[in-house]
Design a protein around this ligand. Structure first.
Ligand SMILES: Nc1nc2c(ncn2[C@@H]2O[C@H](COP(=O)(O)OP(=O)(O)OP(=O)(O)O)[C@@H](O)[C@H]2O)c(=O)[nH]1
Ligand SMILES: [Mg+2]
Length: 455
C-alpha cells in the first residue's frame, strides 16, 4: 500500500524547516505542525501514510516540503515527521514537547538543539552563547543536515522578541544562514511576536533592546518578516475563547503538571500557528507560488514588515467564498497586530501592498477578486494593482479562509516608540551588554537601520 502512495508522491522535495526559537517559538512552531496536520485530516500525534484518502491529502498538499518520511513501521505504514528544529538555551520547554510527542517528533534528539541552560533575558548574552554553544559546539550546519539531508529551500522562524533567547537566537541564526552557511539561497520567513508590557513577564528595558536588535536583523536577513503582537493575540484569543476551546492544541496533551508554562499561551499560540499554517499553504504544489516569491514581493518594499489578517480567525463554515463573507459579517476575523483600530481608516503609505492567500474550493471568480479589492481599498487604501492573489484549493470539508499579509507603512507608527524606549534603556544597560559582546556602535547602527527603514 505505501508503495502505491509513494509512487504518486512528488519526488523532488523542497525542504522547509521550521526552526523554533526560545519558549514562545517552540510553543508556536510545534502548534503550527499540528494545525496543518489536522487541516489535512492526519493524526497530529502520530501522522502516517496509510494510503487512506485523507492521509494522501497530506502529500498532495505539502509533498515532502515541511514533512519527511520516517522509517516504515511493521504494519506497512510510513510515518510523516515534521522538519522541525526546536532551539533554546533552556532545554526544558522543547524537552517537554519532545517527550510528550515521541511519535510525532520521531527523530527524537535530532529535533532538539539546546544550549547549556540558564536563559538570561539578555540579547547580547544570547547571541554570544548561540555562537559558542550552538554554531560551534553543536555544529549547527550538521544539525540542520540531520533534519534535512536534502538542501534546505526555506526556513520559518517563530519566536518572541521580548525574551533574551528567541530574539537573539533567531537574529544570529538568520545571519549565519545567509552569510556563512552557503544557504543564502534559502528563503527565510520570520514570525516574531512583540510582548505585551505590563502583562507578560518581560523586563522592560532589556526587552526593548532585544526588540530593536531583532528587528534590525529581520530587515537585513529575513525575506518575509512577519510581526504579531501578544496584546492582539491575547485580545482575540479571549474574544474567541469558546471556539478555540473546540480546537485541539498541543498543550492539551501535555501531562497536567507540565501544562503550567503553556496553558496561558494555548489560545494565543493557536492563532499564531494558524497564521503560520496559512503562510505554508501559499507555497504548496498546487499554487503558482514558491516560498522565494515572498522575497521578490518584499525586496522593493519599504516598509518590509508584514502583519497577518486572518479570515476567519477560527476556522468555521464551508469551503466556498460565501463562508468567508459570512465570517467577516459575523466578526470572525482579525489582524494579529493592532494597526487599524476598529472602524477607523489607517494612514496609507505610497507603497503599501498586500498578498492574499485565498483557500477556497474552485477557482477565484471576478466577483471574489472584486470583494477583496474593495475590502483592502476601504480599510487600507491599497490600490488593486498592489494586490497579489495566491489561490490555494480547499479540500472537501475544509473551511474556506483568507490570510491577508499586509505590508503597510502604518506598522512603523507602532514600532518607532519601541525604538525610542530602547534608546532610553541603552544608557543604563550598555556596560552590561558591551561586556557580553554587543558594542555601542552596533546598537546605535541597529537603531538607525530600524528608524531609517520605517521612518
Ligand atoms: N505568544 C507567546 N508568547 C510567549 C510564549 N512564551 C513566552 N511568551 C512571551 O514572550 C516573551 C519572552 O519570550 P520567551 O519566549 O519566554 O523567552 P525566550 O526566547 O525563551 O528567552 P529567555 O528570556 O532567555 O528565556 C514574554 O513576553 C512572554 O510573555 C508563548 O508560548 N507564546
Ligand atoms: Mg526561555
Amino acid at each position: 500500500m505505501s508503495y502505491g502512495v509513494l509512487k504518486q508522491a512528488p519526488l523532488a522535495p523542497n525542504p522547509v524547516i521550521i526552526a523554533s526559537m526560545g519558549h514562545a517559538g517552540v510553543g508556536i512552531g510545534a502548534e503550527a505542525y499540528r494545525w496543518v496536520l489536522i487541516d489535512v485530516g492526519a493524526d497530529p500525534k502520530a501522522p502516517t501514510l496509510k494510503g487512506e484518502k485523507q492521509q494522501l491529502e497530506v502529500l498532495r498538499r505539502y509533498g515532502s516540503t515541511i514533512l519527511r518520511f520516517g522509517a516504515s513501521l511493521k504494519r506497512g505504514e510510513t510515518p510523516l515527521v515534521p522538519r522541525a528544529l526546536l532551539v533554546d538555551l533552556d532545554p526544558r520547554s522543547a524537552n517537554l514537547i519532545l517527550q510528550s510527542y515521541p511519535k510525532l517528533f520521531a527523530m527524537r534528539d535530532k529535533h532538539a538543539v539546546y544550549g547549556l541552560g540558564g536563559a538570561a533575558r539578555n540579547w547580547a548574552e544570547g547571541r554570544t552563547r548561540f555562537q559558542k554553544e550552538i554554531e560551534q559546539k553543536q555544529d549547527l550546519a550538521s544539525r540542520i543536515r540531520g533534519i534535512s539531508p536534502e538542501p534546505v529551500r526555506g526556513f520559518i522562524l517563530p519566536f518572541s522578541m521580548g525574551g533574551g533567547t528567541g530574539g537573539s537566537f533567531s537574529s544570529e541564526f538568520m545571519r549565519y544562514m545567509k552569510e556563512e552557511e552557503n544557504l543564502g539561497q534559502a528563503t527565510i520567513a520570520s514570525f516574531a511576536t512583540i510582548p505585551e508590557f505590563g502583562w507578560d513577564p518581560v523586563i522592560h528595558g532589556a526587552s526593548h533592546i532585544s526588540i530593536v536588535m531583532s528587528l534590525a536583523h529581520q530587515i537585513k536577513y529575513s525575506d518575509a518578516p512577519i510581526l504579531m503582537e501578544n496584546s492582539e493575540l491575547r485580545k482575540q484569543a479571549s474574544l474567541f475563547a469558546d471556539r478555540l476551546r473546540g480546537r485541539s492544541s498541543i498543550v492539551d496533551e501535555l501531562p497536567r503538571q507540565i501544562q503550567v508554562g503553556w496553558r496561558d499561551y494555548r489560545d494565543m499560540n493557536l492563532l499564531a500557528a494558524h497564521a503560520i499554517a496559512e503562510f505554508m499553504n501559499s507555497f504548496i504544489r498546487e499554487t503558482e507560488w514558491d516560498m522565494s516569491n515572498f522575497r521578490t514581493w518584499l525586496a522593493a518594499g519599504k516598509p518590509k514588515f508584514v502583519i497577518p489578517w486572518l479570515i476567519p480567525l477560527v476556522p468555521r463554515g464551508g469551503p466556498t467564498m460565501d463562508s468567508i463573507e459570512q465570517n467577516i459579517s459575523q466578526g470572525n476575523q482579525g489582524i494579529l497586530f493592532d494597526v487599524a483600530p476598529e472602524g477607523e481608516k489607517v494612514e496609507a503609505g505610497p507603497r503599501d501592498s498586500a498578498c492574499i492567500i485565498l483557500k477556497t474550493k474552485g477557482s477565484i471568480t471576478a466577483e471574489q477578486r472584486e470583494y477583496f479589492k474593495r475590502l483592502l481599498e476601504e480599510k487600507f487604501e491599497i490600490p488593486d494593482k498592489r494586490l497579489v492573489f495566491i489561490k490555494v484549493p480547499a479540500m472537501e470539508g475544509e473551511p474556506a479562509s483568507a490570510c491577508i499579509l499586509l505590508n503597510v507603512k502604518a506598522v512603523g507608527k507602532k514600532i518607532l516608540p519601541l525604538v525610542a524606549e530602547a534608546e532610553d534603556a541603552w544608557e543604563s544597560y550598555k556596560d552590561e551588554y558591551q561586556k557580553r559582546g554587543l558594542s555601542h556602535e552596533e546598537f546605535k547602527q541597529a537603531v538607525l537601520d530600524v528608524t531609517g527603514h520605517l521612518g
